[in-house]
Write a protein that binds this ligand. Structure first.
Ligand code: FES
Length: 104
Protein backbone atom coordinates (compact mmCIF):
# COMPACT_ATOMS: atom_id res chain seq x y z
CA UNK A 1 0.00 0.00 0.00
CA UNK A 2 1.41 3.40 -1.02
CA UNK A 3 -0.30 6.12 0.96
CA UNK A 4 -0.01 9.76 -0.09
CA UNK A 5 -0.96 12.47 2.41
CA UNK A 6 -3.81 14.64 1.19
CA UNK A 7 -4.43 16.96 4.16
CA UNK A 8 -5.53 16.99 7.80
CA UNK A 9 -9.08 15.69 8.23
CA UNK A 10 -10.27 19.20 9.23
CA UNK A 11 -9.31 20.58 5.81
CA UNK A 12 -11.54 18.24 3.82
CA UNK A 13 -15.00 18.91 5.16
CA UNK A 14 -18.15 17.43 3.58
CA UNK A 15 -18.77 19.12 0.23
CA UNK A 16 -15.11 19.86 -0.47
CA UNK A 17 -12.50 18.42 -2.81
CA UNK A 18 -8.72 18.64 -3.05
CA UNK A 19 -6.48 17.98 -6.03
CA UNK A 20 -3.37 15.99 -5.18
CA UNK A 21 -0.40 15.39 -7.49
CA UNK A 22 0.57 11.72 -7.54
CA UNK A 23 3.58 11.21 -9.76
CA UNK A 24 2.44 11.93 -13.32
CA UNK A 25 -1.22 11.89 -12.25
CA UNK A 26 -3.48 14.32 -10.48
CA UNK A 27 -6.15 12.84 -8.24
CA UNK A 28 -9.26 14.57 -6.94
CA UNK A 29 -10.09 13.58 -3.36
CA UNK A 30 -13.69 14.29 -2.40
CA UNK A 31 -15.62 14.38 0.83
CA UNK A 32 -19.16 13.58 -0.27
CA UNK A 33 -21.64 13.38 2.60
CA UNK A 34 -18.87 12.47 5.03
CA UNK A 35 -17.42 9.70 2.88
CA UNK A 36 -14.12 10.03 1.05
CA UNK A 37 -13.58 9.13 -2.59
CA UNK A 38 -10.70 9.67 -5.01
CA UNK A 39 -10.75 9.68 -8.81
CA UNK A 40 -8.20 10.54 -11.44
CA UNK A 41 -8.46 14.14 -12.65
CA UNK A 42 -8.58 13.05 -16.27
CA UNK A 43 -11.75 12.33 -18.15
CA UNK A 44 -11.87 9.02 -19.99
CA UNK A 45 -13.45 10.69 -23.02
CA UNK A 46 -10.84 13.21 -24.11
CA UNK A 47 -8.56 13.82 -21.11
CA UNK A 48 -10.56 16.77 -19.77
CA UNK A 49 -9.74 18.07 -16.27
CA UNK A 50 -12.61 16.15 -14.73
CA UNK A 51 -12.23 17.24 -11.12
CA UNK A 52 -12.38 20.91 -12.09
CA UNK A 53 -16.01 20.32 -13.04
CA UNK A 54 -18.99 21.17 -10.88
CA UNK A 55 -20.18 18.37 -8.65
CA UNK A 56 -23.38 17.59 -6.85
CA UNK A 57 -22.82 17.29 -3.11
CA UNK A 58 -25.93 15.18 -2.62
CA UNK A 59 -25.49 12.61 -5.38
CA UNK A 60 -21.66 12.54 -5.60
CA UNK A 61 -21.77 13.17 -9.36
CA UNK A 62 -19.17 15.33 -11.14
CA UNK A 63 -19.70 16.93 -14.55
CA UNK A 64 -16.74 17.03 -16.93
CA UNK A 65 -16.09 20.68 -17.81
CA UNK A 66 -15.09 19.81 -21.36
CA UNK A 67 -18.06 17.98 -22.90
CA UNK A 68 -20.37 17.44 -19.97
CA UNK A 69 -20.24 13.73 -19.18
CA UNK A 70 -21.46 12.97 -15.68
CA UNK A 71 -19.41 10.56 -13.55
CA UNK A 72 -20.22 8.83 -10.30
CA UNK A 73 -17.44 9.95 -7.95
CA UNK A 74 -17.92 6.80 -5.84
CA UNK A 75 -17.21 4.37 -8.67
CA UNK A 76 -15.64 6.36 -11.51
CA UNK A 77 -18.37 5.10 -13.83
CA UNK A 78 -19.71 7.51 -16.47
CA UNK A 79 -23.44 8.11 -16.26
CA UNK A 80 -23.85 10.05 -19.51
CA UNK A 81 -22.18 10.22 -22.90
CA UNK A 82 -19.87 11.06 -24.58
CA UNK A 83 -17.65 9.25 -22.05
CA UNK A 84 -18.33 5.51 -21.85
CA UNK A 85 -15.33 4.14 -19.96
CA UNK A 86 -14.76 4.56 -16.22
CA UNK A 87 -12.01 6.70 -14.75
CA UNK A 88 -9.57 5.27 -12.22
CA UNK A 89 -10.55 5.36 -8.57
CA UNK A 90 -8.37 5.10 -5.50
CA UNK A 91 -9.02 4.04 -1.92
CA UNK A 92 -8.96 6.76 0.71
CA UNK A 93 -8.12 6.14 4.36
CA UNK A 94 -7.88 8.29 7.48
CA UNK A 95 -4.78 7.65 9.54
CA UNK A 96 -3.28 9.72 12.37
CA UNK A 97 -5.68 12.57 11.65
CA UNK A 98 -4.76 12.77 7.98
CA UNK A 99 -6.72 11.93 4.88
CA UNK A 100 -4.53 9.72 2.70
CA UNK A 101 -5.03 8.26 -0.73
CA UNK A 102 -3.81 4.78 -1.64
CA UNK A 103 -2.16 4.88 -5.03
CA UNK A 104 -0.63 1.40 -5.00
S1 FES B 1 -13.31 15.27 -22.08
FE1 FES B 1 -14.81 14.83 -20.57
S2 FES B 1 -16.65 14.57 -21.68
FE2 FES B 1 -15.15 14.97 -23.18
Amino acid sequence: MALIDVCPVDELQPGSMKLVPVGPLTVGVYNCNGEYFAIEDRCSHDDGPLCEGEWDRDTCVVVCPRHGSNFDIRSGVPLTLPAFEPVDTFAVVVEDGYVKVDVS
